[in-house]
Design a binder for this molecule. Structure first.
Ligand SMILES: [Ca+2]
Length: 572
């Protein structure tokens, strides 16, 4: 069934529609256009640079990704537009930065903050593509399945468990002790006690759902897992004949937590052998207060202190690697199916992850930080024979910074379509044809309104909403241990970076008041207040009405500082 935004066409009988699309695909509508390539896009959730082809972890085993990378263009400095699922994926599919759409966190809904967004799959569908998807593509089903002609199995983070099995009973919730235990006993004899990592929760204390910051073996057949089922569906689609060019999106959910994987993948990584990631004690000492808060608060996962206390650091690393190898195996099945199909010579393959993931670096677990670990993602593009015959490169590596925002215009270029609306990215097509990259490029990752992390060839510059800053020389300090922002010799560099800061025109001022974050509307000067602490990071709930005293303090500060900079902090 056609479910994309083709409403005028919906009125036509299906056989005319099919014929029309086939004509478009075959270039029979007048001008002769070359056959459009198919596009297989594989996204991987929460995968940092721990893949073989980026040498991110010495022990990781990703033979399928590495094999594909060896015959693809690899972008070794690829960065997300936002380091958390919802806004990163919204940026990829709309081609628009968070500062334009207002999609900054998982709390935002695209349909509400930017209802006119148009996904690239809409463009493809309008120009004769048959669009298919499965798994996790857009976050939280925001316009996901209904924006494709066909959608296979969605993702289920809890599989191989059923959603019903993840509900904790009242008796279990009320039981004494710091750990909320939950037992699953199937009639088949399979049983499990969660959490597998035997840790207390740092977040969601009252939730009647199991905590996902968990890791370990669940010894159930691979066919019971969500990503296996999505791969199966995609393999089936690749085996079909298609009369139109197709877009097939496959959204793998692992290595997103819970870090459970089938047993054979955990067996690859004995925890006692796991090296810890490079980290520095007191690494956060030279980080501004906002950065320390982002680092230490358990927003998207648990806290580092709990992991250390329960001696789980190596276990978590082992489990994350197991999930990566599991997903690599599923990707390998899909890529093998493509190679064995009739579409192999005319199908572009694009692989990307939505953002990185910390495993204890800077005392952080999870995503949504401004640092390299959360911003950097694997990205590769494989060009098929039909395109390499037209001058595209078979393989190579580009080391200049690029953004996931670049995917939308790149896809349009590969499909031979024109841009009709402004986009925030830059097409990678010239680089795919071997043009030299612009080494001076700066790309941005936004971590909530007013917090921006800028990356160029050598440096990372972070500016938080209160004006505080970090600067790292990635060439000599790849793990960002030494903040150089206060050094006089780098002020000219910081001034240059500031000219690249993106501007959200809806907000006139950002103000920090201790653990609170205030945004002043450029439209009506109203003040939105978020906090304290965690609330100021995730920006879920505007609590201005409950805190008239704080609002008054901020208003008074702004009145007495008429020239207040855009980013400021009220002194204690
Ligand atoms: Ca994600």
């Amino acid at each position: 069934m056609v479910r994309a935004t083709l409403s005028p066409l919906r009125m036509l009988p299906w056989f005319i529609l099919v014929a029309l699309n086939a004509c478009l695909a075959l270039g029979l509508t007048g001008a002769t256009a070359p056959a459009k390539p198919n596009i297989l896009m594989i996204s991987i959730d929460d995968l940092n640079d721990w893949v073989g082809f980026l040498s991110g972890h010495p022990l990781v085993q990703t033979p399928n990704l590495d094999r594909l990378a060896s015959r693809s263009m690899v972008f070794s400095k690829a960065y997300c537009a936002a380091p958390v699922c919802g806004p990163s994926r919204a940026a990829v599919f709309t081609g628009l930065a968070p500062t334009r759409t207002g999609m900054y966190s998982n709390a935002n809904r695209l349909g509400k903050v930017y209802p006119t967004a148009r996904f690239f799959q809409h463009e493809l569908a309008q120009h004769g593509y048959h669009t298919m998807g499965t798994g996790k593509l857009l976050h939280g089903n925001q316009g996901g399945p209904e924006s494709f002609h066909e959608y296979g199995p969605g993702f289920n983070k809890w599989k191989p468990l059923t959603t019903e099995e993840t509900r904790i009973s009242k008796a279990e919730l009320d039981a004494p002790g710091p750990i909320i235990w939950h037992s699953i006993n199937r009639a088949t004899g399979f049983s499990l006690r969660l959490p597998l990592n035997e840790m207390p929760r740092d977040r969601n204390p009252l939730s009647a759902r199991i905590e996902s910051f968990d890791w370990g073996v669940i010894d159930l057949p691979e066919s019971d897992w969500s990503d296996t089922q999505c791969a199966d569906w995609a393999i089936n689609k690749l085996g079909e004949a298609h009369t139109q060019p197709f877009f097939l999106g496959v959204g793998f959910y692992r290595p997103h937590q819970p870090l459970w994987a089938p047993k054979k993948y955990h067996d690859l990584y004995p925890p006692k052998d796991m090296p810890l990631p490079p980290h520095l004690k007191k690494d956060l000492n030279d980080v501004p207060a906002v950065g320390q808060m982002i680092g230490r608060l358990p927003l998207t996962s648990g806290s580092h202190a709990t992991v250390i206390k329960h001696r789980q650091w190596q276990h978590a690393i082992s489990a994350y690697l197991a999930c990566i190898s599991y997903v690599d195996a599923q990707l390998g099945r899909v890529v093998d199916a493509l190679e064995a199909s009739t579409h192999a010579n005319n199908t572009v393959v694009i692989v990307w992850a939505d953002h990185g993931w910390h495993l204890g670096e800077k005392e952080h677990w999870g995503k949504f930080t401004a640092w390299e670990r959360a911003a950097r993602v694997p990205l590769l593009i494989h060009l098929p024979k039909t395109l390499t015959q037209e001058g595209y490169l078979v393989s190579g590596q580009h080391d200049a910074p690029v953004s996931l925002l670049d995917l939308y215009p790149t896809i349009l270029d590969l499909a031979g379509l024109n841009r009709i609306t402004p986009l925030d990215g830059t097409s990678l097509a010239p680089l795919l044809r071997g043009e030299r990259p612009k080494l001076s490029r700066t790309v941005t990752t936004s971590v909530g309104p007013g917090n921006h992390s800028l990356r160029n060839q050598r440096w990372r510059f972070i500016q938080y909403y209160d004006g505080s800053q970090e600067l790292y020389n990635l060439e000599v300090d790849p793990f960002e241990h030494t903040n150089l922002a206060d050094r006089p010799e780098h002020q000219h560099r910081i001034q240059d970076f500031q000219t690249h800061l993106p501007v959200d025109r809806r907000i006139s001022h950002f103000v920090r008041l201790g653990p609170w974050k205030a945004l002043v509307s450029a439209i009506d000067q109203s003040i939105a207040l978020f906090g304290p602490g965690l609330g100021s990071v995730d920006g879920t709930e505007n609590v201005a009405e409950s805190h008239p005293d704080l609002i008054q303090q901020i208003e008074s500060f702004l009145q007495h500082n008429l020239e207040a900079p855009r980013y400021s902090s009220i002194p204690n």
